[in-house]
Design a protein around this ligand. Structure first.
Ligand SMILES: [Zn+2]
Length: 214
């Protein structure tokens, strides 16, 4: 089974991909990982990637497709999870052509849907105790005494720097701008399965399993 996992930053896509790797023996193909791996591999494609990176140029769609081709021609295990590719319609077409050439098909495109405001609240409301690492949330799990850790009593709450609302909203906007054409594209092909991405990890996990097996 080959699938694409779509979801905005912070939706928990990585967690769900790792779960599919563990439970279904699937292979996660993340563009960043493939490029890093190729650079050190010494294969034909790897040399091209290392070259392009050394010259400070952008990695083209052809290169990414070439790397995916190498993976498709190798051990398939339980199938592939495409993560971070395709991002554009041209890439989606190129991936469809490649899969057909390799005798593979795309079985589902799972879109993890999240409500922006809920996602922003979930991510920006999170903070941890700098002493013991206990995780808090301003609305769902606040500490009993303001600024004091329930568990260890330290007064050292840490908010993640990249958790600020503005940067998250910018990343969400980028995602929707780039990805919404893909949602229409795969919907039209009858391959789109949308799941609610805002529940507990286990709930989202079973929603994805239902979408893949149903
Ligand atoms: Zn603590």
């Amino acid at each position: 089974m080959n699938i694409i996992l779509l979801g905005p930053p912070g939706a928990g896509k990585g967690t769900q991909a790792r779960n599919l790797v563990d439970t279904r023996d699937m292979i996660q193909l993340s563009t960043g990982d493939m490029l890093r791996e190729a650079k050190d591999s010494g294969t034909e494609m790897g040399k091209i990637v290392a070259d392009v990176m050394a010259r400070g140029e952008l990695v083209t769609d052809e290169i990414v497709i070439g790397l995916i081709r190498e993976k498709l021609e190798g051990d398939k295990q339980g199938g592939f999870i495409f993560d971070g590719f395709p991002r554009t319609l041209a890439q989606a077409d190129a991936l469809a052509t490649l899969l057909a050439e390799c005798g593979e098909s795309l079985d589902a495109v799972v879109e993890m849907q999240v409500d922006d405001d809920a996602l922003v609240d979930r991510i920006t409301g999170r903070y941890t105790c700098g002493n013991c690492g206990e995780v808090y949330h301003k609305t769902t799990k606040p500490e009993a005494v303001d600024g004091t850790c329930d568990k260890c009593g330290a007064q050292d709450m840490k908010h993640r720097a990249d958790d600020n609302e503005e940067s998250l909203r910018t990343r969400l906007m980028e995602y929707y701008k780039k990805t919404s054409p893909l949602i229409g594209y795969y919907y039209a092909k009858g391959q789109l399965k949308s799941v609610d991405g805002l529940g507990e990890i286990a709930e989202v996990q079973s929603a994805i399993a239902g979408a893949l097996d149903g």
